[in-house]
Design a protein around this ligand. Sequence first.
Ligand code: P6P
Length: 344
Amino acid sequence: MSPANRTARISLTRYLVEQQREHGHIPAQLRLLIEVVARACKTIAIAVNKGALGDVLGTAGSENVQGEVQKKLDVISNEVLIEANEWGGHLAAMASEEMDSIHVVPNRYPQGEYMLLFDPLDGSSNIDVNVSIGTIFSVLRKIGHARGIAEEDFLQPGKQQAAAGYCVYGPQTTLVLTVGSGVAMFTLDRETGSWVLTAEQVQIPEDTREFAINMSNLRHWAPPVRRYIDECLAGREGPRGKDFNMRWVASMVADVHRILTRGGVFLYPWDKREADKPGKLRLMYEANPMAFIVEQAGGMATDGQRRILDLVPGKLHERVAVVLGSRHEVERVTRYHAETGGAA
Ligand code: P6P
């Protein structure tokens, strides 16, 4: 239901308070966590929007744990999220694509019940060319109550997430959030600096004519993916009996946001360029939060065979193949894998 039916502009704070009143599963610490992350995303949005006017473009002269060259904004965004979250008493520890190991809340601050994972700036290859990028975050509950916390405490399947969301820095700055009772979207009102509810109970259409994949990898895909895409390309004369469109932003946040908004299917499958890895995207802070959001919006998310949210992580930075979006398309891709027994 669009909140346009509501009379007042609903702020993020009011939305969270009303969700707690109606559903009772946004405890004070989780509400604080979400508001702190939302505020940090505003700070990141300001840095991103500076572009060439600020000292934020180009590379930072370092590499992350993935061996990828870090952009200045990758490092800035990571620091913003760490500094914003470590003092509030709502977190025990954080994990980030940009950090080799977990960041435990320093002893000078109280430890909270949650753990925050994030890709501070996803799609950073698009920064210097002014294409939409975003922040992705996932919230897990701390297991046990001992003060000590280790990487193993993060290795929970995605179905145990307490919340997930992303912020897309595009023509609009939009925060998308789920705490397990549907998906809501908030647009940043730059005149007041507040997040305003602009969509709630978002639903992904079960069918689509739009797929998102990096076509340059076509020759490297496993047969089930090749079959699915070939059938889409065959259009109305082919087995699908309809024409398809293709989009690829090379920024997962932007592609997923389009799918949430108008449907579609996103694939980053296994391919033989790095045959020893299941895929390019990271399970804990890219696939899991996006899968939680997509499922809460009536979509589906698998690795080509298994539900992503059921996968039990073995390592903090492990990768996974991703097929997500409109339910009937994801079911078809997953069926093709089952028929050949191949992973995505
Ligand atoms: P490629 C961005 O680097 C990212 O992690 C995702 O946001 C995006 O979907 C994918 O990689 C793009 O990968 O190989 O097309 O550049």
